[in-house]
Write a protein that binds this ligand. Structure first.
Ligand code: GLC
Length: 556
């Protein structure tokens, strides 16, 4: 693997600003709060911080609806606070990655406010407008957050497209001026010194020619599959690279729901003519995730063989050609330990560590979502009123009240497993008032288990999930085989143990993870290893694998 770059050697920590640390006691996290916690991130050992959107926004979708790309949402602070955050981050030897949300803007953005006025103003072609067809929407597309993907504006006598909420109109990337405006936003932040971008649903920017109907049942998943990886996506990413990215030393990751590994070879080519890596969705789309409307939902855990197939496929497809991002969870996904591990008091810690090992030993750039390094869990809500997220709430109303396809109790069970709100409860710093997040009531209720699960406790305990993650990150930094080794699957049909080897320049690691609460026995030749690099139990019993046991052996 020639030309190794810092993005390949880094570990990224995702900060959800709203829920990380409140410094001015208004109940919402902010930029100065992040500054206060930089020593903590430094201690964990990560290299890069990714911030979810902090720009001016009416916050219909927690900042993913931007009304001004060049100013800071006042709840988070000012541009002076931002400049200070960036310089403090750099002072600590860390880097900062911003969220770039340019598939759509807010409907409160000045471009859209102008665009909706007429068919012949400067911004009229900035969005995707279509005439009604027989008095109806131009096609059958449904939006991600429920309802049709089209909203009618009488003033123009036309519909505009929004793949997400009506407050998130899609930009018309066919228009060269739109692209120039995006490059301009990117340069604004890059010239300030930011070190890269995570690009929101960037694989949806090139819409299929003629905007054809989606195949039945034409719910959002079918629409997404139709729109993803559109005809001009590679062209747009090339242009972005040529005009902007290639002029800076930056790291980029494109969020790409529905994209296939085969396509990601181009997007993430080591030639670096598009992006550095993508967030793929295959492993987080396994049951019990699919739309309950399609009758696929069950509350059984994810099948390990499917999980191995999903992750292994990407490992093999991109090896030597492109580069993977590695993640278990983020602000859109439930907590990893609740979803893929076991969040009961007995197994929470050991299974959180097992998941950490399994992911951090793969090839790619690992992303840690705030609180994952503590083994934070899902919040287990039982009432719709407890939810904040528009996706969860809209989904409930659509399926339960409107379409009457699923009963409320089942839907709540589904949301408890899957809702994005599981990830969005405030960070658990200590067992005191509001978990140390804020002195006033937080914007969103804390997970009640903060008394037991919090940073203060974990920093006191050398055996904590925190210190285990710290060690995983250190191991990656110290071992080329972890960073660059190839991926060799072991026994893909084993539905209890996830095991693989990585090989690099005559060295190898063997990773073994028991995904069950049973004691098992597996011999992959670990007896011949030179060294046990890390394990989540105090001793090593060779072929015996205790519940959720995970270990990494080095062969020299
Ligand atoms: C991405 C974001 C998500 C947001 C959506 C629309 O998937 O991660 O939070 O709701 O895009 O911008």
């Amino acid at each position: 693997m020639a030309n190794k770059k810092w993005f390949q050697d880094s570990v990224v920590y995702q900060v959800y600003p709203m829920s990380f640390q409140d410094s001015n006691n208004d109940g919402v996290g902010d930029l100065s709060g992040i500054v206060q916690r930089l020593p903590y991130l430094k201690k964990l050992g990560v290299d890069v911080i990714w911030l979810n959107p902090i720009y001016k926004s009416p916050n219909k979708d927690n900042g993913y609806d931007i009304s001004d790309y060049k100013s800071i949402n006042p709840t988070y602070g000012t541009m002076v606070d931002f400049d200070n955050l960036l310089s403090q981050i750099h002072k600590q030897g860390l880097k900062l990655m911003m969220d770039l949300v340019v598939n759509h803007t807010s409907d409160q953005h000045k471009w859209f406010k102008e665009s909706r006025k007429s068919k012949d103003n400067k911004y009229s072609d900035y969005y995707i407008w279509r005439d009604p067809v027989d008095g109806h929407e131009p096609n059958n597309w449904r939006a991600a957050f429920g309802g049709p993907a089209w909203t009618y504006v009488p003033q123009r006598g036309q519909y505009y497209l929004h793949l997400f909420a009506p407050g998130q109109p899609d930009l018309n990337w066919e228009n060269p001026q739109v692209r120039e405006s995006v490059w301009d936003i990117m340069r604004f932040w890059l010239d300030k010194g930011v070190d890269g971008f995570r690009m929101d649903v960037i694989n949806l920017i090139s819409k299929p020619a003629g905007l054809p109907d989606a195949p039945a049942p034409a719910m959002y998943p079918e629409v997404e599959a139709l729109v993803a990886d559109g005809p001009k996506l590679n062209d747009y990413l090339h242009e972005m690279n040529e005009k902007v990215l290639s002029h800076y030393d930056v790291m980029t990751v494109g969020e790409m729901p529905s994209s296939k590994a085969e396509d990601a070879v181009d997007y993430t080519s080591l030639k670096e003519d598009e992006l550095n890596m993508v967030f793929q969705f295959q492993h987080v789309s396994l049951a019990p995730n699919p739309n309950p409307k399609l009758g696929k939902w069950n509350d059984q855990p994810v099948k390990l063989t499917e999980l191995k197939e999903a992750l292994g496929h990407w490992q093999k497809a991109l090896d030597g050609k492109g580069w993977n991002s590695l993640y278990w969870n983020n602000h859109d996904q439930p907590r990893a330990v609740s979803r893929f591990g076991n969040d009961s008091p007995k197994y929470r810690e050991v299974s959180a560590k097992m998941l950490g090992t399994t992911l951090h030993m793969l090839q790619g750039t690992p992303f840690v979502f705030e609180g994952e390094e503590l083994g934070m869990t899902n919040v287990h809500y039982t009432d719709l009123n407890q939810y904040e997220d528009l996706e969860s709430i809209n989904f409930y109303h659509e399926l339960v009240d409107q379409d009457k396809i699923i009963d409320g109790k089942t839907m709540l069970k589904y949301l408890a497993h899957i809702s994005r709100d599981n990830a969005r409860t405030p960070m658990q710093w200590d067992s005191g008032l509001n978990a140390g997040f804020s002195k006033v009531e937080p914007w969103f209720a804390l997970n009640p288990n903060y008394k037991q699960i919090n940073t203060e406790e974990e920093l006191k305990d050398q055996n904590s999930v925190f210190y285990y993650y710290q060690k995983l990150i250190r191991l990656r930094h110290d071992n080329e085989v972890i960073r660059y080794g190839n991926y060799e699957e072991i026994d893909p049909q084993d539905d209890q143990v996830f095991s693989y080897r990585r090989n690099y320049k005559g060295q190898a690691i063997l990773v073994i993870s028991n995904f069950t609460d049973q004691t098992l026995s597996r011999d992959y030749g670990q007896g011949k290893a030179n060294e046990l690099l890390i394990s989540n139990y105090d001793d090593d019993k060779g072929a015996e694998l205790r519940p959720y046991e995970s270990k990494v052996y080095l062969f020299r």
